[in-house]
Ligand binder design. Structure first.
Ligand SMILES: [Zn+2]
Length: 195
């Protein structure tokens, strides 16, 4: 899965964004993409070695890389481990008082990669202790057009799910017959209005 899709997936976790600031919503999206962002230096080095424009590596540049450079691959492995979530992300979020959804957004990245990484870039969600888990396909090797399709799919899911959620959460609670909303307005508010 590409970085933008991961960010969208993280943002999708906040279906009802009432009460959220724009900065908080961006933060949740950033946490969704964060596990890949930590390997930016490695990304640029691979692009540079293959003399790619802007040092941005092509998918094929990653083939065989993990086997040849197992320790450099740790820059990808470590932030894709659930141990990292437990030992680094959770303390960070709590210490800085960030929205707890940031933790879920970060974890959603790992779950998505476990499901969508197959073969040589399969994810080890309990690295360094657990095995690599084979996903259903090699999303890391997708064509950019596939990324765009994924963005549109996630935006469509968000749009439908957010509307459905708002309808459920925002719908007025049905009242028993004979009880009108004015009868359940808090006493203090009625007094304030008349005063
Ligand atoms: Zn990833």
């Amino acid at each position: 899965m590409d970085v933008v899709s991961h960010a969208l997936l993280g943002r999708l976790l906040v279906l009802d964004d009432r009460g959220w600031t724009r900065a908080q919503l961006w933060l949740v999206a950033i946490f969704g993409a964060l596990p890949d962002s930590l390997q930016v230096p490695l990304y640029l080095v691979v692009g540079g070695v293959h003399e790619r424009p802007w040092w941005l590596p092509w998918n094929e540049d990653w083939r065989g890389f993990r086997e040849i450079h197992p320790y450099a691959s740790w820059l990808w492995e470590v932030p894709h481990s659930l141990w990292f979530v437990l030992l680094a992300v959770v303390p960070l979020v709590i210490h800085f008082g960030l929205p707890r959804t940031c933790i879920a957004a970060y974890a959603s990245h790992i779950v998505a990669d476990v499901l969508t990484h197959h073969g040589e870039w399969a994810t080890a969600p309990f690295f360094p202790l657990g095995p690599h888990v084979e996903g259903f396909w090699s999303a890391w090797d997708d064509h950019p057009l596939m990324w765009a399709a994924c963005w549109l799919g996630l935006l469509a899911i968000y749009s439908v799910a957010a509307r459905a959620w708002r309808r459920i959460a925002g719908a007025p609670i049905p009242l028993p017959p004979g009880l009108t909303p004015s009868l359940i307005v808090p006493h203090g508010r009625q007094t304030a209005r008349t005063g």
